[in-house]
Design a protein around this ligand. Structure first.
Ligand code: HAM
Length: 428
Protein backbone atom coordinates (compact mmCIF):
# COMPACT_ATOMS: atom_id res chain seq x y z
CA UNK A 1 0.00 0.00 0.00
CA UNK A 2 1.22 3.47 -0.81
CA UNK A 3 1.04 5.64 2.29
CA UNK A 4 2.32 8.82 0.70
CA UNK A 5 0.01 11.78 1.10
CA UNK A 6 -0.04 14.36 -1.69
CA UNK A 7 -1.43 17.87 -1.80
CA UNK A 8 -5.05 18.00 -3.01
CA UNK A 9 -5.51 18.12 -6.77
CA UNK A 10 -5.34 21.57 -8.33
CA UNK A 11 -3.65 23.22 -5.35
CA UNK A 12 -0.35 24.92 -6.13
CA UNK A 13 2.51 25.17 -3.66
CA UNK A 14 5.37 27.63 -3.69
CA UNK A 15 8.65 26.43 -2.24
CA UNK A 16 11.96 28.24 -1.83
CA UNK A 17 13.46 29.79 -3.88
CA UNK A 18 10.35 30.40 -6.11
CA UNK A 19 8.27 31.29 -3.05
CA UNK A 20 10.37 34.46 -2.64
CA UNK A 21 9.28 35.47 -6.16
CA UNK A 22 5.67 34.69 -5.28
CA UNK A 23 5.89 36.97 -2.22
CA UNK A 24 7.57 39.66 -4.30
CA UNK A 25 4.74 39.49 -6.85
CA UNK A 26 2.23 39.94 -4.05
CA UNK A 27 4.12 42.88 -2.54
CA UNK A 28 4.59 44.60 -5.90
CA UNK A 29 0.87 44.36 -6.66
CA UNK A 30 -0.03 45.68 -3.20
CA UNK A 31 2.33 48.67 -3.16
CA UNK A 32 0.39 50.97 -5.53
CA UNK A 33 -2.80 50.38 -3.48
CA UNK A 34 -0.97 51.21 -0.26
CA UNK A 35 0.39 54.35 -1.94
CA UNK A 36 -3.18 55.35 -2.78
CA UNK A 37 -4.44 55.12 0.80
CA UNK A 38 -6.15 51.72 0.78
CA UNK A 39 -6.33 50.09 4.23
CA UNK A 40 -5.78 46.39 4.81
CA UNK A 41 -8.77 44.17 5.62
CA UNK A 42 -8.38 40.60 6.89
CA UNK A 43 -11.46 38.59 6.02
CA UNK A 44 -12.83 35.16 6.99
CA UNK A 45 -11.86 32.28 4.70
CA UNK A 46 -15.36 30.84 4.98
CA UNK A 47 -18.69 32.64 5.10
CA UNK A 48 -22.38 31.94 5.22
CA UNK A 49 -23.24 30.28 1.87
CA UNK A 50 -26.10 32.75 1.30
CA UNK A 51 -23.57 35.60 1.01
CA UNK A 52 -22.12 34.20 -2.21
CA UNK A 53 -25.44 32.98 -3.62
CA UNK A 54 -26.88 36.48 -3.24
CA UNK A 55 -23.70 38.46 -3.84
CA UNK A 56 -22.08 36.65 -6.75
CA UNK A 57 -25.28 35.39 -8.39
CA UNK A 58 -27.00 32.02 -8.49
CA UNK A 59 -26.71 31.59 -12.25
CA UNK A 60 -22.91 32.03 -12.34
CA UNK A 61 -20.61 29.02 -12.75
CA UNK A 62 -18.78 30.12 -9.61
CA UNK A 63 -21.91 29.68 -7.47
CA UNK A 64 -23.76 26.92 -9.34
CA UNK A 65 -20.81 24.57 -9.94
CA UNK A 66 -17.64 25.61 -8.19
CA UNK A 67 -18.27 26.32 -4.52
CA UNK A 68 -16.75 24.30 -1.73
CA UNK A 69 -19.79 24.18 0.54
CA UNK A 70 -20.07 22.23 3.78
CA UNK A 71 -22.34 21.95 6.77
CA UNK A 72 -20.78 22.66 10.14
CA UNK A 73 -21.59 20.97 13.43
CA UNK A 74 -24.34 23.47 14.09
CA UNK A 75 -25.98 22.52 10.78
CA UNK A 76 -25.08 25.86 9.16
CA UNK A 77 -24.21 25.94 5.49
CA UNK A 78 -20.77 27.51 5.03
CA UNK A 79 -18.68 28.05 1.91
CA UNK A 80 -14.96 28.53 1.37
CA UNK A 81 -14.80 31.99 -0.20
CA UNK A 82 -14.66 31.78 -4.03
CA UNK A 83 -13.93 35.53 -4.31
CA UNK A 84 -13.41 38.56 -2.09
CA UNK A 85 -15.90 41.29 -3.04
CA UNK A 86 -18.97 39.82 -1.35
CA UNK A 87 -17.05 39.28 1.92
CA UNK A 88 -15.72 42.86 1.90
CA UNK A 89 -19.24 44.21 1.39
CA UNK A 90 -20.60 42.02 4.18
CA UNK A 91 -17.90 43.25 6.52
CA UNK A 92 -18.32 46.93 5.57
CA UNK A 93 -22.08 46.70 6.20
CA UNK A 94 -21.72 44.67 9.41
CA UNK A 95 -19.19 47.06 10.95
CA UNK A 96 -20.71 50.26 9.59
CA UNK A 97 -17.57 51.40 7.76
CA UNK A 98 -19.87 52.99 5.18
CA UNK A 99 -21.08 55.44 7.83
CA UNK A 100 -17.61 57.01 8.01
CA UNK A 101 -15.66 58.87 5.35
CA UNK A 102 -16.41 57.83 1.78
CA UNK A 103 -15.17 56.20 -0.29
CA UNK A 104 -14.12 53.33 1.96
CA UNK A 105 -10.91 52.03 0.37
CA UNK A 106 -9.71 48.54 1.32
CA UNK A 107 -7.25 45.92 0.10
CA UNK A 108 -7.03 42.21 0.85
CA UNK A 109 -5.14 39.17 -0.29
CA UNK A 110 -5.06 35.45 0.30
CA UNK A 111 -6.48 32.15 -0.90
CA UNK A 112 -9.83 31.68 -2.64
CA UNK A 113 -11.44 28.38 -3.59
CA UNK A 114 -13.16 27.25 -6.75
CA UNK A 115 -13.83 23.63 -7.68
CA UNK A 116 -12.74 24.11 -11.29
CA UNK A 117 -11.17 21.53 -13.58
CA UNK A 118 -7.48 22.01 -12.84
CA UNK A 119 -5.12 22.92 -15.67
CA UNK A 120 -2.13 25.19 -16.24
CA UNK A 121 -2.93 28.44 -14.43
CA UNK A 122 -6.33 27.23 -13.23
CA UNK A 123 -6.35 26.10 -9.64
CA UNK A 124 -8.81 25.05 -6.98
CA UNK A 125 -7.00 27.14 -4.41
CA UNK A 126 -6.04 30.39 -6.05
CA UNK A 127 -4.53 33.51 -4.59
CA UNK A 128 -5.74 37.00 -5.26
CA UNK A 129 -4.71 40.49 -4.38
CA UNK A 130 -7.79 42.73 -4.42
CA UNK A 131 -9.05 46.22 -3.68
CA UNK A 132 -12.56 47.58 -3.18
CA UNK A 133 -13.50 51.28 -3.13
CA UNK A 134 -17.03 51.83 -1.88
CA UNK A 135 -19.27 54.86 -1.77
CA UNK A 136 -18.44 57.07 -4.75
CA UNK A 137 -19.27 56.90 -8.43
CA UNK A 138 -16.69 59.51 -9.36
CA UNK A 139 -15.02 58.31 -12.60
CA UNK A 140 -11.70 59.33 -11.00
CA UNK A 141 -12.16 56.36 -8.66
CA UNK A 142 -12.59 53.98 -11.61
CA UNK A 143 -9.42 55.37 -13.18
CA UNK A 144 -7.59 55.14 -9.85
CA UNK A 145 -8.49 51.47 -9.33
CA UNK A 146 -7.53 50.50 -12.89
CA UNK A 147 -4.28 52.47 -12.72
CA UNK A 148 -3.31 50.78 -9.45
CA UNK A 149 -3.55 47.37 -11.12
CA UNK A 150 -1.72 48.54 -14.23
CA UNK A 151 1.06 50.13 -12.16
CA UNK A 152 1.40 46.94 -10.10
CA UNK A 153 1.93 44.78 -13.18
CA UNK A 154 4.31 47.30 -14.72
CA UNK A 155 6.38 47.60 -11.54
CA UNK A 156 7.14 43.89 -11.94
CA UNK A 157 8.48 44.62 -15.41
CA UNK A 158 5.59 42.88 -17.18
CA UNK A 159 4.89 44.09 -20.71
CA UNK A 160 3.13 41.19 -22.46
CA UNK A 161 -0.37 42.03 -21.25
CA UNK A 162 -3.22 44.28 -22.27
CA UNK A 163 -6.02 45.99 -20.44
CA UNK A 164 -9.47 45.35 -21.89
CA UNK A 165 -12.20 47.79 -20.99
CA UNK A 166 -15.94 48.13 -21.41
CA UNK A 167 -19.07 49.47 -19.75
CA UNK A 168 -21.93 47.18 -18.81
CA UNK A 169 -24.43 49.98 -18.24
CA UNK A 170 -26.69 50.53 -15.26
CA UNK A 171 -30.09 49.59 -13.89
CA UNK A 172 -31.63 52.05 -16.35
CA UNK A 173 -30.02 51.14 -19.67
CA UNK A 174 -29.07 47.51 -19.19
CA UNK A 175 -32.64 46.08 -19.05
CA UNK A 176 -33.47 47.92 -22.27
CA UNK A 177 -30.37 46.50 -23.93
CA UNK A 178 -31.07 43.06 -22.48
CA UNK A 179 -34.48 43.00 -24.19
CA UNK A 180 -32.84 43.93 -27.48
CA UNK A 181 -30.30 41.14 -27.10
CA UNK A 182 -32.94 38.57 -26.10
CA UNK A 183 -34.97 39.49 -29.18
CA UNK A 184 -31.87 39.20 -31.36
CA UNK A 185 -30.90 35.82 -29.87
CA UNK A 186 -34.45 34.49 -30.34
CA UNK A 187 -33.98 34.84 -34.10
CA UNK A 188 -30.84 32.66 -34.18
CA UNK A 189 -30.41 28.97 -34.76
CA UNK A 190 -29.26 27.82 -31.31
CA UNK A 191 -29.34 24.48 -29.51
CA UNK A 192 -31.67 24.01 -26.54
CA UNK A 193 -28.98 24.49 -23.86
CA UNK A 194 -27.83 27.77 -25.41
CA UNK A 195 -31.40 28.92 -25.83
CA UNK A 196 -31.94 28.29 -22.14
CA UNK A 197 -28.78 30.23 -21.32
CA UNK A 198 -30.04 33.07 -23.51
CA UNK A 199 -33.10 33.28 -21.27
CA UNK A 200 -31.18 33.12 -18.00
CA UNK A 201 -28.21 35.30 -18.85
CA UNK A 202 -28.25 36.48 -22.48
CA UNK A 203 -25.00 38.42 -22.07
CA UNK A 204 -23.11 35.23 -21.48
CA UNK A 205 -24.11 33.88 -24.89
CA UNK A 206 -21.90 36.59 -26.42
CA UNK A 207 -18.94 34.77 -24.89
CA UNK A 208 -19.76 31.44 -26.57
CA UNK A 209 -16.52 30.29 -28.18
CA UNK A 210 -18.04 27.89 -30.77
CA UNK A 211 -17.45 29.21 -34.32
CA UNK A 212 -21.00 28.33 -35.47
CA UNK A 213 -22.42 30.46 -32.63
CA UNK A 214 -19.84 33.24 -33.04
CA UNK A 215 -20.68 33.49 -36.76
CA UNK A 216 -24.30 34.25 -35.89
CA UNK A 217 -23.30 36.83 -33.30
CA UNK A 218 -21.43 39.16 -35.66
CA UNK A 219 -24.37 41.59 -35.78
CA UNK A 220 -25.46 41.19 -32.17
CA UNK A 221 -26.36 44.46 -30.45
CA UNK A 222 -23.66 45.58 -27.99
CA UNK A 223 -24.17 47.24 -24.60
CA UNK A 224 -21.61 49.94 -25.45
CA UNK A 225 -23.84 51.17 -28.30
CA UNK A 226 -26.86 51.36 -26.00
CA UNK A 227 -25.55 53.10 -22.89
CA UNK A 228 -27.80 55.76 -21.36
CA UNK A 229 -26.52 59.31 -21.38
CA UNK A 230 -25.12 59.21 -17.88
CA UNK A 231 -23.33 55.85 -18.39
CA UNK A 232 -21.89 57.06 -21.70
CA UNK A 233 -20.61 60.23 -20.03
CA UNK A 234 -19.17 58.26 -17.11
CA UNK A 235 -17.37 55.87 -19.46
CA UNK A 236 -16.02 58.78 -21.53
CA UNK A 237 -14.64 60.40 -18.37
CA UNK A 238 -12.96 57.16 -17.25
CA UNK A 239 -11.33 56.80 -20.66
CA UNK A 240 -10.11 60.39 -20.67
CA UNK A 241 -8.58 59.97 -17.22
CA UNK A 242 -6.82 56.76 -18.24
CA UNK A 243 -5.50 58.47 -21.36
CA UNK A 244 -4.22 61.36 -19.26
CA UNK A 245 -2.33 58.91 -17.00
CA UNK A 246 -0.91 57.02 -20.02
CA UNK A 247 -2.70 53.80 -19.11
CA UNK A 248 -3.29 52.09 -22.44
CA UNK A 249 -6.30 49.88 -23.04
CA UNK A 250 -8.37 48.31 -25.76
CA UNK A 251 -12.15 48.37 -25.81
CA UNK A 252 -13.72 44.91 -25.68
CA UNK A 253 -17.46 45.43 -26.04
CA UNK A 254 -18.04 41.66 -25.83
CA UNK A 255 -16.35 41.16 -22.48
CA UNK A 256 -18.25 38.77 -20.25
CA UNK A 257 -17.25 38.47 -16.62
CA UNK A 258 -17.96 35.33 -14.58
CA UNK A 259 -19.69 37.19 -11.75
CA UNK A 260 -23.15 38.80 -11.89
CA UNK A 261 -22.63 42.00 -9.91
CA UNK A 262 -20.91 44.16 -12.51
CA UNK A 263 -22.28 47.47 -13.77
CA UNK A 264 -20.74 50.32 -15.77
CA UNK A 265 -16.89 50.22 -15.97
CA UNK A 266 -15.67 46.64 -16.27
CA UNK A 267 -12.17 45.47 -17.14
CA UNK A 268 -9.79 42.59 -17.53
CA UNK A 269 -6.02 42.26 -17.77
CA UNK A 270 -5.06 39.60 -20.28
CA UNK A 271 -1.59 38.13 -20.69
CA UNK A 272 -0.49 36.54 -23.95
CA UNK A 273 2.01 34.06 -22.52
CA UNK A 274 -0.33 31.89 -20.47
CA UNK A 275 -2.39 29.93 -22.99
CA UNK A 276 -6.09 29.44 -22.22
CA UNK A 277 -6.01 30.88 -18.68
CA UNK A 278 -4.94 34.30 -19.87
CA UNK A 279 -6.85 36.49 -17.39
CA UNK A 280 -4.32 37.77 -14.87
CA UNK A 281 -6.79 40.13 -13.20
CA UNK A 282 -10.22 41.63 -13.52
CA UNK A 283 -12.75 43.86 -11.90
CA UNK A 284 -15.29 46.60 -12.28
CA UNK A 285 -18.15 48.53 -10.73
CA UNK A 286 -20.90 46.82 -8.80
CA UNK A 287 -23.34 49.59 -8.12
CA UNK A 288 -26.22 47.46 -6.81
CA UNK A 289 -24.29 44.94 -4.71
CA UNK A 290 -24.33 46.69 -1.37
CA UNK A 291 -28.11 47.15 -1.38
CA UNK A 292 -28.50 43.54 -2.55
CA UNK A 293 -26.64 42.44 0.57
CA UNK A 294 -28.83 44.51 2.88
CA UNK A 295 -26.72 47.68 3.04
CA UNK A 296 -27.19 51.21 1.82
CA UNK A 297 -27.55 52.13 -1.85
CA UNK A 298 -23.84 52.78 -2.34
CA UNK A 299 -21.81 52.17 -5.45
CA UNK A 300 -18.42 50.48 -5.49
CA UNK A 301 -15.57 49.41 -7.72
CA UNK A 302 -12.68 47.02 -7.29
CA UNK A 303 -10.54 44.29 -8.78
CA UNK A 304 -9.04 40.90 -8.03
CA UNK A 305 -5.60 40.19 -9.46
CA UNK A 306 -4.54 36.56 -9.74
CA UNK A 307 -1.23 36.27 -7.91
CA UNK A 308 -0.63 32.72 -9.21
CA UNK A 309 -1.19 33.81 -12.80
CA UNK A 310 0.87 36.97 -12.38
CA UNK A 311 3.66 34.77 -11.05
CA UNK A 312 3.32 32.55 -14.17
CA UNK A 313 3.29 35.66 -16.36
CA UNK A 314 6.58 36.76 -14.77
CA UNK A 315 8.05 33.33 -15.48
CA UNK A 316 6.81 33.50 -19.08
CA UNK A 317 8.60 36.85 -19.48
CA UNK A 318 11.77 35.64 -17.73
CA UNK A 319 11.28 38.01 -14.78
CA UNK A 320 12.31 37.08 -11.24
CA UNK A 321 11.17 39.93 -9.03
CA UNK A 322 12.31 39.91 -5.44
CA UNK A 323 15.56 40.36 -3.59
CA UNK A 324 18.65 39.22 -5.47
CA UNK A 325 19.87 37.73 -2.18
CA UNK A 326 17.98 36.41 0.78
CA UNK A 327 21.01 36.12 3.09
CA UNK A 328 23.82 38.49 4.05
CA UNK A 329 26.06 36.30 6.18
CA UNK A 330 26.72 32.58 6.50
CA UNK A 331 28.61 31.66 9.66
CA UNK A 332 31.01 28.71 9.62
CA UNK A 333 32.16 27.74 13.13
CA UNK A 334 35.11 25.45 13.65
CA UNK A 335 35.60 23.18 16.66
CA UNK A 336 34.87 24.75 20.02
CA UNK A 337 33.87 28.07 18.46
CA UNK A 338 30.36 26.74 17.83
CA UNK A 339 28.49 28.21 20.76
CA UNK A 340 30.11 31.66 20.36
CA UNK A 341 29.24 31.48 16.65
CA UNK A 342 25.61 30.77 17.48
CA UNK A 343 25.32 33.77 19.81
CA UNK A 344 27.14 35.95 17.28
CA UNK A 345 24.60 34.88 14.61
CA UNK A 346 21.82 35.98 17.00
CA UNK A 347 23.54 39.34 17.57
CA UNK A 348 23.82 39.93 13.83
CA UNK A 349 20.15 39.02 13.22
CA UNK A 350 19.10 41.43 15.97
CA UNK A 351 20.98 44.18 14.11
CA UNK A 352 18.93 43.36 10.98
CA UNK A 353 21.64 41.37 9.21
CA UNK A 354 20.20 38.28 7.53
CA UNK A 355 22.31 35.46 8.94
CA UNK A 356 22.39 31.68 8.73
CA UNK A 357 25.04 29.23 9.89
CA UNK A 358 26.41 25.72 9.44
CA UNK A 359 24.93 23.45 12.09
CA UNK A 360 25.96 20.10 13.49
CA UNK A 361 29.73 20.62 13.60
CA UNK A 362 30.26 20.21 9.85
CA UNK A 363 33.84 19.97 8.61
CA UNK A 364 35.25 23.10 6.94
CA UNK A 365 34.92 21.78 3.39
CA UNK A 366 31.26 20.78 3.72
CA UNK A 367 30.42 23.98 5.62
CA UNK A 368 32.04 26.13 2.88
CA UNK A 369 29.92 24.30 0.30
CA UNK A 370 26.89 25.24 2.40
CA UNK A 371 28.07 28.85 2.39
CA UNK A 372 28.31 28.79 -1.41
CA UNK A 373 24.85 27.32 -1.80
CA UNK A 374 23.32 29.78 0.65
CA UNK A 375 23.99 32.69 -1.70
CA UNK A 376 25.11 34.87 1.23
CA UNK A 377 27.18 37.97 0.54
CA UNK A 378 29.74 37.07 3.23
CA UNK A 379 31.02 33.91 4.84
CA UNK A 380 32.23 34.34 8.38
CA UNK A 381 34.66 31.68 9.53
CA UNK A 382 35.20 31.49 13.29
CA UNK A 383 37.95 29.18 14.59
CA UNK A 384 39.18 28.65 18.12
CA UNK A 385 42.39 30.57 17.38
CA UNK A 386 40.37 33.50 15.97
CA UNK A 387 38.31 33.63 19.12
CA UNK A 388 41.44 33.68 21.24
CA UNK A 389 42.67 36.61 19.08
CA UNK A 390 39.29 38.34 19.32
CA UNK A 391 38.62 38.28 15.55
CA UNK A 392 36.57 36.52 12.86
CA UNK A 393 37.53 35.87 9.25
CA UNK A 394 35.12 37.58 6.89
CA UNK A 395 35.19 36.44 3.29
CA UNK A 396 33.43 38.34 0.53
CA UNK A 397 31.72 35.76 -1.67
CA UNK A 398 31.83 38.20 -4.59
CA UNK A 399 35.56 38.98 -4.60
CA UNK A 400 36.95 36.06 -2.57
CA UNK A 401 38.80 38.59 -0.41
CA UNK A 402 39.19 37.58 3.24
CA UNK A 403 39.81 39.98 6.15
CA UNK A 404 40.19 39.55 9.90
CA UNK A 405 37.58 41.74 11.65
CA UNK A 406 37.61 42.45 15.40
CA UNK A 407 34.77 40.52 17.06
CA UNK A 408 33.24 43.59 18.66
CA UNK A 409 33.19 45.43 15.33
CA UNK A 410 31.65 42.67 13.17
CA UNK A 411 28.05 43.93 12.94
CA UNK A 412 29.04 47.55 12.26
CA UNK A 413 31.57 46.45 9.64
CA UNK A 414 29.05 44.25 7.81
CA UNK A 415 26.34 46.92 7.94
CA UNK A 416 28.79 49.43 6.45
CA UNK A 417 29.70 47.04 3.62
CA UNK A 418 26.05 46.20 2.89
CA UNK A 419 25.14 49.89 2.83
CA UNK A 420 27.93 50.65 0.37
CA UNK A 421 26.61 47.87 -1.86
CA UNK A 422 23.06 49.23 -1.59
CA UNK A 423 24.20 52.77 -2.43
CA UNK A 424 26.06 51.50 -5.48
CA UNK A 425 22.93 49.69 -6.68
CA UNK A 426 20.88 52.83 -6.27
CA UNK A 427 23.21 55.09 -8.23
CA UNK A 428 21.59 56.11 -11.54
P1 HAM B 1 -12.40 37.02 -11.11
O1 HAM B 1 -12.24 37.52 -12.51
O2 HAM B 1 -13.31 35.87 -10.90
O3 HAM B 1 -12.86 38.27 -10.25
O4 HAM B 1 -10.99 36.64 -10.51
C1 HAM B 1 -9.94 37.58 -10.53
C2 HAM B 1 -8.65 36.92 -10.97
O5 HAM B 1 -8.37 35.79 -10.15
C3 HAM B 1 -8.69 36.34 -12.38
O6 HAM B 1 -8.42 37.35 -13.34
C4 HAM B 1 -7.57 35.32 -12.32
O7 HAM B 1 -6.32 35.95 -12.53
C5 HAM B 1 -7.65 34.84 -10.90
N1 HAM B 1 -8.34 33.54 -10.86
C6 HAM B 1 -9.67 33.32 -10.86
N2 HAM B 1 -9.93 31.99 -10.84
C7 HAM B 1 -8.74 31.36 -10.84
C8 HAM B 1 -8.31 29.99 -10.81
N3 HAM B 1 -9.19 29.00 -10.77
N4 HAM B 1 -6.99 29.72 -10.80
C9 HAM B 1 -6.07 30.73 -10.82
N5 HAM B 1 -6.40 32.03 -10.84
C10 HAM B 1 -7.72 32.35 -10.85
C11 HAM B 1 -13.15 38.23 -8.91
O8 HAM B 1 -12.90 37.31 -8.18
C12 HAM B 1 -13.76 39.53 -8.40
N6 HAM B 1 -14.02 39.40 -6.96
C13 HAM B 1 -12.84 40.69 -8.70
C14 HAM B 1 -13.42 41.99 -8.27
C15 HAM B 1 -13.15 42.65 -7.12
N7 HAM B 1 -14.34 42.68 -8.92
C16 HAM B 1 -14.64 43.76 -8.22
N8 HAM B 1 -13.94 43.74 -7.12
Amino acid sequence: MNNKISAPKGVPEYLPPESATFRAVHDALAQPAINAGYGYIELPIFEDTTLFVRGVGESTDVVSKEMYTFTDRGNRSLTLRPEGTAGVMRSVIEHGLDRGQLPVKLWYSGPFFRAERPQFGRYRQLQQFGVEAIGSDDPALDAEVITIADDGYRSLGLTGFRLELTSLGCAECRPVYRDLLVAFLAGLDLDDATRERAQLNPLRVLDDKRPEVQAQLADAPLMLDHLCESCAEHFGDVRALLDASSVSYVINARMVRGLDYYTRTTFEFVHDGLGAQSGIGGGGRYDGLMAELGGQELSGIGFGLGIDRTFLACQAEGLTPGPARTLDVYVVPLGEARSRAATLATELRRRGIRTDMAYGGRALKGAMKGADRSGARFTMVIGERDLADGVVQLKSMDTGEQTAIPLNDVATHILRELNTELNKEQLP
